[in-house]
Design a protein around this ligand. Structure first.
Ligand SMILES: *Cc1c(COP(=O)(O)O)cnc(C)c1O
Length: 451
């Protein structure tokens, strides 16, 4: 593209004006202009591949829907069409879109101080660390905040290496921890990993849920001198399609870590803060990890926010030089305001309990659909509102999500399991909305059956 600085300023101004406009004052022409430009700009400046992907997962003509606003569990496109959000931004929107209490805290903080000087002590970060220390199990009490889930995992890996002086990790097949190079080393799926090899040295993978396999790796690694710093796992695998491990898995990981002097790292980026029906995924098994990673819902679905937390004993290694791990924008005041407000919402709306009850309800309804329309849905997995629907084939999974999208219900596949569609709505999704979406789902089941 040729350089055109004058035009660039004009284009930027056009959209700043649009952003600042009252939504009711945006004309039909302007809306159509945005829809059209968005497709063009994706094609020419973001990634054409994304448009191809959209075409492949939607029925024709609906690939180019341009998202514009939303509230609670309803998303609206620029032309005013509404969608029920069953995807919840892959776990980002646990509190729903634009939760009023979280938005109000962020707006107020924006008017006070959106970032900090980097030199003085910032009160919101300190308070949030204390509050999360109080919510987390065991003696976990110190934390570091960043912006994305993958950064939280990277930080956790560095902490484990600093503390143990060892460099290896055991991660899980089909596990997902983010896509920067360190976290990617832990990825349990070849496509994302292979083109980038070699990644971090000393990472080995075990089948998720198989504590015996983890122990064999620990034993053989010890026997040949490949020392392991930590075991990293999701309490319930998200990207793999809401896979719940056997009940003895996490308690046995805890025992193995103690026995072999290895740190247990729970990646709660997707499971944390109520998603699975408990505050944290590990709470299902009363296990206290050595390090916990948070992200996604931590910023209340309003501001990007992540963090990793650990115990005083382990955190000591970060103290002699607190600049061994830093970030300029992580834990900024607006993100901390969002997270603090989100935690108050978690409590006042009793979101873990809502997730547990609605999760049971949804699983019951889906179980009935499975029986009533055989040959479509293979199984339903997950806990709370982290639910995976595994279909008999990729094709049927595609038909279902395309059929839902065409009827105004948003879901998505998973990155590490093609036959699986996830069901991850806001934890406070109103029952009527949930029922409406389930009704639409039944329509699509009927359609697939040719009824
Ligand atoms: C989404 C996710 C990540 C990565 O978070 P990003 O913010 O996308 O970097 C890490 N771990 C788990 C379990 C996740 O679900």
């Amino acid at each position: 593209m040729s350089r055109d600085i004058t035009q660039a300023f004009k284009e930027a101004n056009k959209y700043v004006d649009l952003i600042e406009k009252n939504d009711a004052d945006i004309t039909r022409e302007e809306r159509e202009m945005v829809a059209k430009e968005t497709v063009e700009n994706f094609r020419n400046h973001v990634n054409k591949g994304f448009l191809e992907y959209r075409k492949s997962v939607t029925e024709k003509n609906s690939f180019a829907v341009t998202e514009w606003t939303g509230q609670g569990s309803i998303l609206k496109d620029i032309l005013g069409r509404e969608y029920i959000d069953l995807l919840g931004g892959f776990g980002l929107y646990s509190y729903g879109i634009r939760h009023p209490k979280i938005v109000a805290a962020v707006k107020a903080q924006l008017d006070r101080s959106p970032q900090y000087s980097q030199e003085m002590l910032d009160p919101l970060r300190a308070k949030l660390a204390q509050v999360i220390g109080m919510i987390t199990p065991g003696d976990i009490q110190y934390g570091f905040f960043a912006n994305s889930g993958t950064e939280a995992v990277e930080g956790a890996m560095k902490l484990a290496k600093f503390y143990t002086g060892k460099k290896g990790f055991i991660a899980m097949l089909k596990g997902f921890h983010g896509k920067t190079l360190g976290s990617l080393s832990l990825m349990g799926k070849d496509v994302y990993r292979q083109p980038l090899l070699p990644l971090l040295e000393g990472v080995q993978h075990a089948p998720f849920g198989d504590a015996g396999a983890v122990e064999r790796i620990l034993k053989s690694s010890a026997a040949v001198g490949n020392e392991i710093a930590g075991i990293v796992a999701e309490p319930i695998q998200g990207e793999a399609g809401a896979i719940v491990p056997p009940d003895d898995f996490w308690p046995r990981l805890r025992e193995l870590c103690d026995k072999y002097g290895v740190l247990l790292i729970a990646d709660e980026v997707q499971t944390g803060f109520g998603r699975t029906g408990k505050i944290f995924g590990v709470d299902h098994w009363d296990v206290t990890p050595d390090i916990m990673c948070f992200g996604k819902a931590l910023g209340g679905g309003v501001v990007p926010m992540s963090g990793f937390f650990s115990t005083p004993k382990i955190w000591e290694v970060m103290e002699p030089n607190p600049f061994m791990h830093t970030t300029t924008t992580g834990g900024n005041p607006i993100a901390c305001a969002a997270a603090l407000a989100a935690i108050t919402v978690l409590q006042t709306e009793d979101l873990p309990d809502q997730a547990a009850k609605k999760g049971e309800y949804v699983k019951g309804r889906l179980g009935k659909l499975k029986e009533k329309y055989p040959g479509i849905l293979e199984k339903v997995t997950g806990k709370g509102l982290l639910i995976g629907m595994e279909f008999v084939s990729d094709e049927i999974g595609y038909q279902l999500s395309a059929g839902l999208f065409a009827r105004g219900v948003i879901t998505s596949g998973t990155l590490t399991n093609a036959k699986c569609i996830r069901f991850e709505p806001a934890l406070n999704i109103p029952m009527e909305t949930l029922d409406k979406a389930l009704g639409v789902m039944e329509e699509v089941f009927k359609e697939i059956k040719g009824e």
